[in-house]
Design a protein around this ligand. Structure first.
Ligand code: CTP
Ligand code: MG
Length: 228
């Protein structure tokens, strides 16, 4: 089985509130999307990557000329964008091939962490994602901010990407979960819902998701300071 990449990059970046969708903001003259793409392509096992861009994006043609890269139009929700990319992949890949889904908004992922994820999945044969243990004390509260409970953080993890699953199984799980009205915020949640085993592979803090303006400075620090 081969290994492919999918990058959902069709969001609008509403929380970033920049002049363009955040995946096109640049750090060191390179867009967040390009940083994320570069990390996936740096993995020996990755045969090709499908990027989901906003519909009719002017950057599509240039990106599609890159070796090992294909471009599709994304959808309204992240899961729709991932499904659009998976449908494209279906034309060139086997159902049993593996897919690494990685957010364009996680430009600082270490190649070594992706390689560890791939190695773990190759060993175990079941899907997995990079994740980090929750370090903060976690409160559950009502809408008014009144605390109801303190959760046991020893069993809590923060899901990151890449998330690695078999193409056919992931596609089926995403379609079924969306059809059932399940809120699908990552691939693993659809796979869990469909009854597949999902494993965690410990990642690192540098793999932050760039969401709000202050995240950009931290991402820039990881990208220039700590290198790759
Ligand atoms: N994404 C996508 N298609 C969508 C929504 C999101 O491909 N319809 C992508 C984003 O471009 C990003 C990743 O999914 O790379 C994670 O989503 P998020 O961080 O929520 O990005 P945005 O949806 O763009 O940001 P916001 O929620 O603040 O609008
Ligand atoms: Mg979003």
């Amino acid at each position: 089985a081969r290994c492919w990449g999918v990058i959902p990059a069709a969001g609008s970046g509403s929380r970033m509130a920049a002049d363009c969708p955040k995946q096109f903001l640049e750090i060191g003259g390179v867009s967040l999307l390009r940083h994320s793409l570069r990390a996936l392509l740096a993995c020996d096992a990755v045969v090709g990557v499908v990027v989901a861009l906003p519909g009719a994006d002017p950057r599509a043609a240039e990106l599609a000329r890159e070796p090992r890269v294909e471009v599709v139009s994304g959808g309204a929700r992240r899961a729709d964008s991932v499904l659009a990319a998976l449908r494209q992949l279906q034309k060139i890949a086997d159902a049993a091939d593996w897919v690494l889904v990685h957010d364009a908004a996680r430009p600082c992922v270490a190649v070594a962490d992706i390689e560890r994820l791939i190695a773990q999945v190759s060993r175990s044969g079941s899907g997995a994602l990079l994740a980090q243990p929750v370090l903060d004390t976690v409160k559950q509260a009502d809408a008014a901010g009144q605390v109801c409970a303190t959760l046991d953080r020893t069993s809590l993890w923060r899901a990151q990407t890449p998330q690695m699953f078999r193409l056919g199984e992931l596609q089926a799980a995403l379609v079924a979960a969306l059809d059932a009205g399940v809120e699908v915020t990552d691939e693993a949640s659809a796979m869990e819902w469909a009854g597949h085993p999902v494993q965690l592979v410990a990642g690192s803090a540098r793999n932050l998701k760039v969401t709000v303006a202050e995240d950009l400075q931290l991402a820039a620090w990881y990208l220039d300071g700590a290198g790759r």
